[in-house]
Design a protein around this ligand. Sequence first.
Ligand SMILES: [Zn+2]
Length: 322
Amino acid sequence: MKAFAGIDLGGTNIKYGLIDSAGKILFDKSTPAHAHSSKSEILNRLESCAKELLEFGAASDYLISYIGVGSPGTVDSIKGRILGHSPNIRDWKGTNISKHLSKRLKLPVYVGNDANLMALAETMFGAGHGNKNVFCTTVGTGIGGGIVVNGKLIKGSAFSAGEFGHIPIVMDGKKCGCGLKGCLEAYAAAANLLSMAKNELRKPGAKGSLFRIFSKNGDITIKDIMVQFRERDPLATGIVQKHVDYLATGLAAVVHLFNPDAIIIGGGIADGGGRDYIKMIKSSLEKRVIPDSMNKMKIAKARLGNKAGFIGAAIQKEDMVP
Ligand SMILES: [Zn+2]
């Protein structure tokens, strides 16, 4: 039986696995990425993950004809080479993952941008299943995105499509990690959600359950904020509303640009906020788009969790998409 092998290189972990043509997970594992180590060390780790997948495949009579890799950064998916700088991995720019690994594995190796590949996975086998035109974003430490039109991933003329986090939402606004100003990521990613919360909690008269956690521990986490949001603590709700309004400002651009059938939201903040968080995004977005543009559009939480990366990597070679 045919199986598809995917490896997702993250800043913390490398997740890798095998799926069948219906998206069923046949093998799945995770190992530390040691992203701070050298480029050759990371390439060696990717190689040993691929070998493990091939060995498992051979032992179980699965036919694997290529390896798919997902990486942070801008990826030239034709050459399999990293074009842009990846903040989490030193010296990653310029690395030709495909050339390096395919020589050692004696198999074709395809490489794509991690957030793009997650979008592909959610469209094929996750929350976007059944929809042809899907926008998928992950909101966490950073904000990534991926655009699927007619079931195909849009990569862009210079492989920069779906860079949702760097859509400017404030002219000359806050400085972003990418070097630009006013990017959505500077306002709606985890760091700003935390700092907005701490600002509110330090104000005189702050009260409620999130404030009690903050007073007791001297600090709070994103998880604390999202748990207290679900418990309807007014201070937590107010902060999450502000974060959601920033996010919806970015999503309004997406709705107006290509009016997808579905918007899928993944990442740690959405996981913590659950259904109430998705509802809040929907109503904030409705206030920011032209009438009726959302009539047929669904907004849902991502379903594949941290497995979306390797699943998308595994199915990135388009003619292999079931
Ligand atoms: Zn930016």
